[in-house]
Ligand binder design. Sequence first.
Ligand code: NAP
Length: 323
Amino acid sequence: MTKAIRIHANGGPEVMHWEDVPTPEPGPGEALVHHEAVGLNYIDVYFRTGLYKSQLPATLGMEGSGTIVALGAGVTDLEVGDRVAYAGGPIGAYATERVIAADRLVKLPDSIDFNTGAAMMLQGLTAQYLLRRTFPVQAGQTILVHAAAGGVGLILCQWAKHLGASVIGVVSTEAKADLARAHGADHVVIGHATLPAEVKRITGGAMVPVVYDSVGKDTFLTSLDCLAPLGMMVTFGNASGPVPPVDLGLLTAKGSLFVTRPTLATYTAKRADLVRGANELFDVVSSGAVAIRVNQTFPLSEAAAAHRALEARQTTGSTVLVP
Ligand SMILES: NC(=O)c1ccc[n+]([C@@H]2O[C@H](COP(=O)([O-])OP(=O)(O)OC[C@H]3O[C@@H](n4cnc5c(N)ncnc54)[C@H](OP(=O)(O)O)[C@@H]3O)[C@@H](O)[C@H]2O)c1
């Protein structure tokens, strides 16, 4: 048997239960991974509440690191004992052991410990595709990052700085402002009530070529007002709720804007893209350009407490669940 956090119904953190489940066996092309660490991500909340659908009962979680303990037939490029990490679906990471398609795994460099590996894969690969593929950020540009002291946020700030960009971060408290500044944000705005005016002042009226907005419903329209003509609105999360339908005429009126609603799943669907993204991520972390801040750890059995903290905006940086 193995242990897992499962839900039998959608709802609040109280629907998560620490249960015995049979240890799965890897089929062809699969690996059985013994988790050393599991990453906490906002998407886990969406699957718990039912905003994102899953078949019930379900084991939550999309990210982990650990050691391969068994391999199915046909897996040739991995061995039992390899240190590995992964990010993305299908859900099932909140478990001491899980089976996963071997082509979703990457080997963890020796320099990266298990906690860091579990913390960095989903949020770091997201930062990689957002900054390098969705809108390739260039040196000298000024960009806007919401939830700048969060898991994805702290990585975005540091990586954008490393690319030579200037970062305006948006956070909710003074303490988070200090943290964002310490991780590369050149300017920090607290709250979004006066955000377009602040962006106008900071950029001397030019506004920004890209906004990375993971807050969703509460900030979508404000973010559009921060963009320069032909700017790119990257709405990539729903922390405050999903963005309601938008009148496309707004994009015309606000300067021929572009909008995209990307997901990591698309950007890592091809193994070559996953490996390229992971290698870039490992490089910036190994070189010290990007530090992964595991600012909270919880026992995996207490994942509900981690969800409560994340939803109450009490976490900063990344959070790891330890089996
Ligand atoms: N599309 C993708 O590929 C992809 C991949 C990874 C993550 N994401 C998204 O990126 C976002 C960040 O993920 P994360 O795991 O790193 O979480 P996180 O940023 O560490 O936590 C969420 C943060 O959002 C801010 N926030 C603003 N309004 C909020 C509200 N009403 N309720 C709760 N939080 C609110 C809070 O920061 P302040 O207190 O500073 O406002 C909070 O700390 C999430 O929306 C997630 O879904 C998307």
